[in-house]
Write a protein that binds this ligand. Structure first.
Ligand code: FEO
Length: 401
């Protein structure tokens, strides 16, 4: 059964949500599901902006068919060629043989890589800044390379100020009837997933996101229509501000984040003592995670969120404990930078985790190690309390400073 929502008289939401998928991109846990957004514009010509993932293709095709009410589909604008948005292109070409596909040269190349139909026969190539008029609506194409793939562009409808923003301004989380960010408790229920989505999917490409934000700032945007999650029609500066913070690698919140690995509990005990010291010194925003218990995508997102971070790990096979090593590798892969950090290591005979963690962190841009590495031999001892006090003082100074 079709399930559409009218955004205006001639702009219709025809996307769908998936609550069965466990891992987005087969990597990121999505307990709240995900939506694959697609938009149909019923102008003199009919225009579809992006398609969906295979998983929701049946509902999507029913939606498009119903919303077209017997009209044929004239244009498909492909803003992004990742398969969560492009999986239904060949099916649309079969259903609408006269379909014109609008995209750039890289888009066309990727369509040819994914599909075997005669792409050139259907392709209408556009360059950065080109426009396409379909009657009342005119779409201006703004290239947004690496947000999140090189072919990505966003489409700005100059007739109504709608920005079809591809992956940008998207979020994990299935839609449940409510289509707009102002219809849900975004800050309370969605922001963590929005941050985790941004950091893990495009966090590496902050420079490119900032370039796109600069281009977007010149547009009279009335509505942002992303490919995942709710549409923004109110309070747009709130979300633009979040994106600017994330893309510029600034911390979103002043606070102490402690991420530890522990095998038998002694490293956990040390960071518990440290957290209490920080709390007694007035720090109120302390968050602690066991790297073995929390998905690394959450940990990476939290590292981007907070100003001041402690990494604590045992030595394991003369290396960093694997879960902590994975976190540091992921942080490096996402261009993590510009934070105050401290390192704690533990080991019973050959301490080496602290040195190796410090080396990885020091190789990242503007990572400031604010306190000497604290080395624990098996368990924290009374004589090390002054060293822990010193570390907590440095962390407090980082947060308050
Ligand atoms: Fe939602 Fe980069 O695809």
């Amino acid at each position: 059964m079709h399930n559409i929502r009218k955004i205006t008289e001639d702009v219709i939401y025809v996307g769908a949500s998936d609550r069965r998928l466990a891992l987005f991109e087969n990597v990121y846990p999505i307990e709240r599901g995900v939506s694959y957004n697609s938009y149909l514009v019923l102008d003199d010509k009919t225009v579809l902006l992006d398609t969906v993932d295979h998983a929701v293709s049946r509902e999507f095709l029913e939606n498009v068919d119903y919303a077209l009410s017997g009209r044929k589909l004239d244009y498909l604008i492909v803003n992004h060629m990742e398969p969560d948005h492009c999986s239904v292109i060949a099916e649309l070409v079969l259903r609408y043989p006269e379909l014109t596909i609008v995209g750039n040269a890289k888009t066309a190349q990727m369509i040819k890589q994914f599909y075997s139909f005669d792409v050139d026969k259907h392709m209408h190539l556009v360059k950065d800044g080109d426009t396409l008029s379909t009657g009342r609506h005119t779409f201006a194409f703004v290239f947004a390379p690496m947000v999140h793939w090189p072919e990505v562009m966003v489409s700005f409808d100059t007739s109504n100020g709608f920005l079809f923003s591809a992956d940008a301004f998207g979020t994990f989380g299935a839609l449940a009837g409510n289509l707009y960010a102002d219809e849900v408790e975004f800050d309370r229920e969605w922001l963590d997933d929005a941050r985790r989505y941004y950091i893990n999917i495009v966090g590496k490409y902050g420079v490119q996101v900032m370039n796109t934000l600069k281009k977007a700032a010149e547009l009279p945007i009335k509505m942002i229509l992303p490919l995942h999650g709710p549409i923004w029609r109110e309070n747009i500066p709130y979300f633009l501000d979040k994106y600017t913070t994330w893309a510029s690698y600034k911390s979103e919140d002043k606070g102490l984040l402690i991420i530890y690995s522990t095998i038998y509990g002694d490293t956990a005990n040390a960071v518990d003592v440290l957290a209490s010291m920080a709390a007694e010194k007035g720090i109120r925003n302390i968050h602690m995670y066991d790297a073995s218990k929390t998905d690394v995508s959450v940990l990476v997102s939290e590292c981007f969120r907070y100003s001041t971070i402690v990494f604590a790990s045992p030595t394991y096979n003369a290396e960093i404990f694997p879960k902590m090593e994975m976190l540091l590798t992921e942080l490096k892969a996402h261009a993590f930078q510009n934070r105050d950090v401290a390192v704690i290591e533990n080991g019973t005979w050959a301490l080496s985790a602290g040195k190796k963690m410090s080396e990885i962190l020091s190789a990242m841009k503007d990572i400031r190690i604010v306190s000497p590495v604290l080395s624990i031999k098996s368990s924290l001892k009374d004589e090390q309390i002054p060293l822990l006090e010193e570390m907590s003082d440095a962390l407090v100074k980082s947060i308050n400073g």
